[in-house]
Design a protein around this ligand. Structure first.
Ligand code: SF4
Ligand code: SF4
Length: 430
């Protein structure tokens, strides 16, 4: 990215230019090593390379142009925040990335050290003035999922306008009512910030746009059932990450074209890896961009990730909003229903997630499941016990990893992943 071309825009956003240049250099290096080093990538991944090279450039310029025309930008850190509401006021929804440990030192001045890396990352981005997306947001929308996030949002609000919705953590009829009223409260807030009304018509259009995006991601997932899979796990992860930044209509179009190419590759038996490479399902915490470490470790070791049971993956794309609502209130009902079906570990009980992991393991014919949890993330590290027991019963090999965003444990992770792959190999031969 040409730093000079966008420097004024970044200055206007209040970014720390020197630190931001450093961040872009580091990210550029990672991207080269992890992505551009891959051989035989589908041609359609050019789109990913372009988006990544312009992630703080052209896309931010688009947001600033939209803002100049009076459109509003809404940011969020969680799957439970319905992007349909932002689109229904002609706004822009961005999933704010929190997948790198820049700014951790700053974050630890405010938050305890034993806070999960994702929370420290979004705080660090803000306190270090490094994220143009946060700075472009007219409103950040938080949610009461885990304790770490909900308490952090209280403080985050001192630095950036933040609106928090209450997510119940049990799926009773009473909780569903509460959630439906919270969706109504958020809709009203978005109307207030944008100065525009959410109508049945605008909401219906937004639902169709977001459903189309989820459908193309479902199409991509289905293509990864092939042996060999036509695309690497890390490219599929990146697609799932890019969906949170790019314009949803453009994204859907580009990924549909990529899927056409992947179908041709499958017909011609062209894979991203050799046929019969060990197939892995990754399950657990979301991997926000640019968190690519674990995928890189797995695929560098000769396996391929064929599915992600994650918020940046099928947990986020599995369900669509029913399109049969007509009025604003009917469509808000459908939205509330769809979002409460998400099986995040912050819910109790959360047996649907266990069922989904088994179902995905079968569907993608995986050799093993790698459970990925961020250190200090109580919901996922604790739920890993139930995942392990479930997979034991199903005779599906399981490896549990806990890590953060630093690269310090990369070689230790590699050793553990390689040992796991040897077990999978023995199981195949036995
Ligand atoms: S893991 Fe749960 S809290 Fe975290 S982004 Fe996903 S849905 Fe939200
Ligand atoms: S990774 Fe875990 S602790 Fe961190 S924000 Fe998500 S649910 Fe909370």
């Amino acid at each position: 990215m040409s730093n000079s071309k966008y420097e004024q825009m970044w200055k206007d956003l209040g970014l720390d230019i020197a630190a931001h240049d450093g961040l872009l250099d580091v990210l550029g290096g990672f991207y080269k090593d992890i992505y551009l080093s891959q051989k035989n990538r589908p041609k359609g991944t050019d789109y990913l390379d372009f988006v990544l090279s312009e992630i703080h450039g052209l896309r931010i310029q688009e947001l600033m142009e939209a803002k100049a025309q009076g459109r509003k930008v809404f940011g969020s850190f969680c799957l439970y925040v319905p992007e349909e509401l932002a689109l229904a006021v002609d706004g822009i929804s961005v999933g704010l990335c929190a997948g790198v440990d820049v700014g951790t030192k700053e974050a630890e001045k405010v938050l305890p050290r034993n806070t999960c890396a994702l929370i420290k990352s979004f705080f660090g981005f803000k306190l270090s003035a490094l994220c143009p997306y946060i700075e472009a947001c007219d409103l950040v929308i938080g949610e009461t999922t885990c304790d770490g996030k909900k308490k952090a949002y209280e403080i985050f609000n001192d630095y950036h306008p933040t609106f928090v919705i209450e997510l119940p953590q049990i799926k009773t009829p009473e909780a569903k009512k509460l959630w439906r009223s919270e969706i109504g409260r958020l809709a009203a807030k978005i109307e207030e910030v944008s100065g525009k009304e959410i109508t049945g018509e605008s909401l219906s259009k937004a639902v169709r746009t977001v459903n189309a995006k989820r459908k193309v991601l479902q199409r991509l997932s289905a293509l990864r059932k092939a042996n060999p899979p036509p695309i690497s796990g890390r490219d599929a992860l990146l697609i799932n990450q890019v969906q949170f930044y790019d314009d949803p209509v453009r994204f859907t179009e580009k990924i549909n074209t990529l899927c056409d190419e992947l179908e041709e590759r499958i017909e011609k038996d062209i894979g991203a890896v050799p046929a019969d490479a060990p197939r892995i399902l990754v399950s657990g915490c979301p991997m926000a961009a640019p968190n690519w470490k674990v995928y890189f470790v797995i695929e560098k070791s000769g396996a391929v990730v064929v599915g992600e049971e994650s918020c940046v993956g099928e947990r986020g794309t599995r369900n669509l909003v029913a399109e049969d609502g007509q009025t604003r209130e009917e469509i808000l009902d459908r939205i509330a229903e769809r979002y409460l079906n998400i099986d995040c570990a912050c819910f109790t009980p959360n047996d649907e997630r266990l069922d989904h992991i088994v179902e995905m393991s079968r569907k993608y014919k995986v050799d093993g499941v790698i459970h990925y949890a961020l250190q200090f993330c109580a919901p996922y590290t604790i739920e890993a016990y139930k995942v392990e027991k479930t997979l034991e019963r199903e005779n599906i090999p399981f490896l549990r990893l806990e890590t953060d965003y630093s690269m310090e444990d990369a070689s230790q992770l590699e050793t553990r992943v390689q040992a796991f792959l040897e077990i999978l190999e023995q199981k195949r031969c036995g």
